[in-house]
Design a protein around this ligand. Sequence first.
Ligand SMILES: Cc1ncc(C[n+]2csc(CCOP(=O)(O)OP(=O)(O)O)c2C)c(N)n1
Length: 539
Amino acid sequence: MSTVREVTYRLLRDLHMTVVFGNPGSTELPFLRDMPPDFKYVLGLHERSAAGMALGYALGTGQATFVNLHSIASVGNGLSALVDAYYIHAPLVVTTGQQDRRQIFSEPFLASRAVEVAKPYVKWAYEPLRAEDVPAAIARGYHLAMQPPRGPVLLSIPMDDWTHACDPVAARRVTQTVLPDRTALDAVVEALDASRNPALVVGAQIEEDDAWQEAFELAEHLDADVYEQPLAARWTFPRSHRLFRGGLLPAQQPLADQLAHYDTVVVLGAAIFLYYAYVPGVPISPGSKLFQVTNSPEQAARALAGDSIVGNLKAAAAYLRRHARQRHKRTTSARTVPASAPKPEHPIPPAYVFSVLNRVMPRDAVIAEECPSAKGDLDRYLVADVPGSFYSVPNGVLGFGLPAAVGLQMAHPERRVVCAIGDGSMQYSVQALWSAVEQKAPVIVIVLENGDYSALKGFSDFTNVGRNVHGMEIPGIDMVRIAQGYGMAAQAVDRAEDLEPVLSGAFRSAEPRLISVQVAKGGQKCMGMDQSVNPPNYG
Ligand SMILES: Cc1ncc(C[n+]2csc(CCOP(=O)(O)OP(=O)(O)O)c2C)c(N)n1
């Protein structure tokens, strides 16, 4: 009879989870020993980086990714990656070692309560009651992780389980497409047919449900203006398209004002709505009919307004396109990058960095973004028109960008991944630089070095907290030497005229590279908002 370990490796192979991202400890060694040669182990030097790379890999491949973390450190160090995976709907099957069952009662060294800690941020957290249930639990976790809304699951596995005898577990097929209610969609069709000026809001789930083409065709069929959800974790509509109107602001009244002009608004695959700073108001103005199509029953239940339809985005968008009346094409011209190109000043404005990057990067480049105060500049100057081009922090927890970029690059060897990241953000998962080198993942890391936490200063200004706050400066970090210390080629740029040749050189090279650009401090606006939107006063 086979062992739990043997059955598990067979199952992982059958489920196509042969890349294992992890950081090992004594409680994981009985699983990790003698890994079959068709498996690949990707070492992260910290659980945040290991799980964060897995997250990028899962998003890039669209498949569940297997993660093996250490004991309670899985949720101690790795929890923020699980939080990211939960909010961005990344299918991760995370396993973590537990102490030996025969002594667990006495709470030995490395006893783990990971299951209890992880629960709010995973779709399922479980420690099997019997060793021989481990492979079946992994299969169950896989199917749950892959079922939209996708997300992480966590399994805690006692270290003595792997040698137990165990029956084989078949990799069953479980469907993942839940069709939306047609009668409910007919109500949306009716509203669209009666509408004078409809708008669509596109959200991250469009990529999750492989609905990019259907959403695009629906927008053209309706000739509707298209907005990106606030603080989009994924861009899901061609940025240069004539119907594209940019992102929604992440606060109640300003967002409602942006959409007030439309009599019908259909949100495809996003929350209603994702806010940041509290600005009192209404979710949607009384003159606009609001609908949401979402693959998440939970998101539908908590929407602040509108009628929600739960189900697959691809099917819903195709249905709406087939049944709603086609509208005449207005004469709107293609959206272009702002005509006034930013000037090459000193220190270099972030807007200038992104205008140059947009000029030199391949049109199918993948962007992993984590540059809080320069987010607006990136949004204005980078054009991405193909699916799977953009990923950003899903719930405000920094440390997402760099490991996600490495995982995305591993998933897309034929595309080039650029990580645009703040010098502060970089520190939360900096070890992923080493993994990029080890994996020969040619990610280009552009650090926006401004020596402070500009975004927090911007938030302080916006909310009238003022600037008398400790902990806002981070001088003296040498990103080039840190990258070189991890074995990555790196260079600094502090003159605007050097930027283009250095960036072009990075794209020509087939190696990972870090470019640290001395940029002007940001903080003029808070996620695109200034005092004109009536912010709260915490001063
Ligand atoms: C894990 C984590 N810790 C702290 C914060 C709070 N925070 C939000 S923005 C920010 C500043 C980030 O600095 P940097 O990456 O240099 O970007 P900048 O604000 O300068 O644009 C911080 C610390 C956070 N969001 N996540």
